[in-house]
Design a protein around this ligand. Structure first.
Ligand SMILES: [Zn+2]
Length: 513
């Protein structure tokens, strides 16, 4: 398969990458997350004191921890130095815990990755549930919101939405970003102003971000396959052609490993076969090669997309993307709902990742994708909250299995470990952060603690505690979140955005007026 992984050598890690370990497989490792002050001791902006333990050393003692693979362990002593874990020791008796160690009752998980987000879609939550409609009528409402956003209002909205994600245990977001330009498609003085608002929003909310800079050129495909012109709102999405899309991405200033800031890396995206003609896909794929960057695309969310693509190109969307060289282990196809058997073989055989967005797919009446067949064919699965009808990654993960049950009439295709992996290590990897999503030495120090004394989880059996959290837990059960070694949520409070509901309300009100 001519996928991005075939693009020759990837940039090396090693000393120039700050000594960050390079995982097997040679995936380029960006520098760590939120920076640590010169003194070495991470001091959260919220002013929470850091326990003693040596310069830059923090320790947590997790009553129960799922470390990213395998079984839940008890009495886990976790040590971090700066942004990274340096030691993880299960079965430590309480009396052996060093003084100053933070206690973590409940179940501690690696950071959750929200692999597919459009931050501004959060404005439509609830509103589109009144009355009837389809994906296409929802899209008209979404365009109305897109038409009203400015760099400042986008910053305020995205920061509040990302803060909501942090409260839900998300430590990294993949923002599929296509709202590039001002009204009528006029570039802002800095043509990347909207993207920079998103990067700033993530920093303000304490998340890492992969900015999936999206190429979006045509208004769609008519049922007979004819390209449609951009609507007035869609003009804000388009750079005109892929060469100018590439010029704008270059001006965003990624380094040779695609890093934009310590907490932000660049990725690239082909919006869909509806919005990017095959002849315009190559500059996007080339940028994925050059930066070792993730390449994402929407794929076969709707039957009408497949029919128009067949009329236009005589091939399914998966086949069109395969022919362009867009599939491979560094690529992620989002939704992948309406696939042929051959499409599934193309995705699985090329080890292309698939990001399922089960809540959005249900809210928009998209359909149920072939998750079990995709996994069996070889595609890693990840999850995203996409339109943010809800933001709850535990819910997204369990819906993967529940949808499979509804479609197949059988239970147990995806167990709790597989679902937790989709929401953690697989999600971070598909966003270009393969050194995150597990609680192991050398990984970015992300911790998410879920309380077990809530009405939802009280009385859960120890032997099946991961099953209880994945299948019955909720974003509301997340109490503490550490991202890249830094406290972001403590006791259910966001330390950087003290009143998240108020931030959401003030950001949303002008957009909905
Ligand atoms: Zn999307």
């Amino acid at each position: 398969m001519a996928g991005p992984e075939d693009a020759g050598p990837v940039p090396a890690g090693g000393p120039e990458a700050g000594g960050v370990p390079v995982p097997a497989g040679g995936v380029p490792v960006p520098a760590g997350g939120v920076p640590v002050p010169a003194g070495g001791v991470p001091v959260p902006a919220g002013g929470v004191p850091v326990p003693a333990g040596g310069p830059g050393i923090r320790r947590w003692y997790a009553e129960l921890a799922w470390l990213g693979r395998g079984e839940v362990r008890t009495g886990v002593l976790i040590e971090a130095s700066g942004n990274f874990f340096r030691a993880v020791t299960p079965d430590v008796p309480p009396e052996a815990v060093p003084p100053g160690t933070e206690r973590r009752p409940g179940l501690t998980l690696p950071g959750l990755a929200n692999a597919h987000s459009h931050a501004f879609h959060r404005a439509l939550r609830g509103i589109t549930e009144a009355g009837e409609g389809t994906f296409w009528t929802w899209r008209e409402r979404m365009y109305q919101v897109a038409g009203r956003l400015s760099p400042d209002s986008y910053l305020a909205l995205a920061r509040a939405v990302y803060a909501e994600m942090a409260l839900a245990g998300v430590t990294c977001v993949g923002e599929f970003h296509y709202l590039h330009h001002g009204p009528g498609g006029s570039p802002y003085p800095d043509p990347n102003e909207m993207g920079r608002s998103l990067i700033q929003a993530a920093a303000g909310a304490g998340l890492r971000i992969t900015l999936l800079d999206t190429c979006y050129l045509t208004g769609g495909l008519a049922p007979d396959g004819t390209p449609e012109p951009l609507s007035p709102v869609q003009q804000r999405f388009s750079d005109g052609d892929a060469a100018r899309w590439a010029d704008r991405l270059a001006a965003l200033g990624p380094d040779e490993r695609g890093m934009l800031a310590p907490h932000a890396r660049a990725g690239v995206a082909i919006h869909s076969v509806r919005a990017v003609p095959p002849a315009q896909m190559h500059p996007v794929i080339d940028w994925s090669h050059r930066l070792g960057a993730p390449l994402h695309a929407h794929l076969s969310e709707q039957p009408a997309e497949n029919e128009a693509c067949l009329a236009a190109y005589g091939a399914t969307p998966a086949r069109v993307l395969e022919d362009a060289g867009a599939l491979g282990p560094r690529s992620t196809m989002v939704h992948a709902t309406h696939l042929t058997r051959h499409d599934i073989e193309l995705l699985g055989g090329s080890r292309t990742c698939v990001c399922l967005c089960p809540s959005t797919e249900a809210f928009l009446a998209d359909g149920i994708g072939p998750a079990g067949a995709l996994a069996a064919a070889g595609s890693p699965l990840t999850v995203g909250s996409d339109s943010h009808a809800v933001i709850d990654l535990l819910d997204e993960a369990r819906r993967v299995e529940l949808d499979e049950r509804l479609a197949s009439g059988r239970r147990g295709r995806f167990g709790a470990v597989a679902l937790a992996e989709a929401a953690t290590v697989a999600g971070h990897t598909c966003l270009g952060w393969p050194q995150a999503g597990e609680i192991v030495p050398g990984a970015l120090a992300d911790l998410v603690t879920v309380r077990l004394d809530s009405p939802r989880l009280a009385g859960a059996a120890a032997a099946t505690i991961l099953e209880s959290v994945i299948f019955a837990g909720s974003a509301a059960d997340v109490t503490d979140v550490v991202t890249s070694g830094r406290d972001v949520v403590r006791d259910g409070r966001h330390l950087l955005v003290p009143d998240v509901p108020a931030a959401l309300t003030s950001a949303l009100r002008p957009l909905l007026a």
